[in-house]
Write a protein that binds this ligand. Structure first.
Ligand code: TRP
Length: 334
């Protein structure tokens, strides 16, 4: 069976954009691949080093979200990055195989740095600039065949592949060159019509939101600005609320579109119907999440179990790497 590995930075609770863009698709993959899902707390710290308590709290929140969304700990290995020191060691070795200018050209890193001016000023940290190197370690430590990612992560994967090729070329065939499996992540706009859910405040429906919270947010969502009142004909193709109907109850789309265009459907009623559909869809997930939240110890134990399994794999990779690099002193133990 081929192996997939993906990672998620624990910097905030997960929302409907994560669900449709990543979680649902990854949950489907776990039946066909040996699946590793890493909570990337070390990577999260590269731009949250000043708020470690937030990252720590979010590790558990994200774990609740992942499991509630269908990532099944019996079928998938869920683990915490910082508990695998082998990743950090590999990162150090891979640092020799990538140049500063190559990292500076990475378009995703470039745009992230531009967005984080407030944090980094005009001089980015070594840790943040280098996170694609540590991501190469994440991926290769587990011999992943495939990496399910959004297209913003393609440059990271290309860097991983370059590092692998360079390593294998210098030290002999050792590491597996992974392939990207591009997920359809651009599926969910923000409630405010922003291109992406989650970027701006209040534009996201979180998996952990209470039903009233969902209803309140949906009531404030952007609709066709030309449709002012009941009776005005609307344009579903420019309406965020219409797009969301397609996510939560696709079968209603035809009716919603027709009634909107004719003017028979008012936005207030339309939003109420959407909120009901979203809540019906999210309810089972919310219930599973509440059960997990009531037992944080058990969830931590799941993560520890996954970490033990993942670490055994990473240990083997590191041993192979060190042998190739002539760092195999007396079997490696001091
Ligand atoms: N950089 C990824 C993101 O921000 C998270 C991540 C960390 C990751 N390590 C990974 C993704 C390894 C894939 C493989 O979404």
């Amino acid at each position: 069976m081929q192996r997939i590995l993906t990672g998620i930075r624990p910097t905030g609770r997960l929302h409907v954009g994560h669900y449709f863009g990543m979680l649902q698709q990854t949950a489907e993959l776990q039946d066909h691949f040996e699946t590793f899902v890493m909570i990337a707390d070390v990577q999260a710290l590269t731009d949250n080093f000043h708020q470690p308590q937030k990252v720590r709290a979010m590790v558990l929140e994200v774990a609740y979200d992942l499991i509630a969304s269908g990532l099944d700990p019996r079928r998938s290995t869920l683990f915490i990055q910082s508990l695998i020191p082998e990743i950090a060691e590999l990162t150090v070795f891979y640092g020799n195989l990538v140049t500063i200018s190559r990292l500076q050209q990475n378009p995703t890193v470039k745009s992230e740095i531009a967005q984080k001016r407030e944090l980094f000023g005009h001089s980015v940290t070594y840790g943040f600039l280098g996170y694609p190197v540590s991501q190469a370690a994440d991926i290769t430590a587990f011999d992943a065949d495939l990496v399910p990612v959004g297209d913003d992560q393609l440059p990271q994967l290309e860097q991983t592949r370059e590092i692998v090729r360079k390593f294998n070329q210098i030290y002999g065939p050792t590491l597996k060159e992974p392939q990207a499996r591009v997920l359809d992540t651009a599926r969910v706009r923000g409630l405010d019509g922003d291109a992406k859910m989650g970027k701006s405040l209040g534009n996201a429906l979180f998996l952990s939101d209470a039903p009233e919270e969902i209803a309140r947010k949906v009531a404030g969502a952007l609709t066709d600005p030309q449709k002012q009142r009941l009776g005005d004909p609307g344009r579903p193709e420019v309406c965020t609320v219409f797009e969301y109907h397609g996510l939560f109850h696709r079968e209603k789309l035809g009716t919603v579109a027709a009634e909107c265009r004719s003017g028979a459907r008012g936005c207030v009623a339309c939003k109420r119907e959407l909120a009901a559909g979203a809540n019906a869809f999210l309810e089972p997930l919310r219930a599973r999440r509440a059960e997990l939240e009531a037992r944080p110890g058990e969830v931590l134990e799941i993560l520890m179990e996954g970490t033990r399994k993942a670490r055994a794999v990473a240990r083997e990779t590191l041993a192979r790497v060190k042998e190739r690099m002539h760092l195999d002193y007396l079997g490696g133990a001091a």
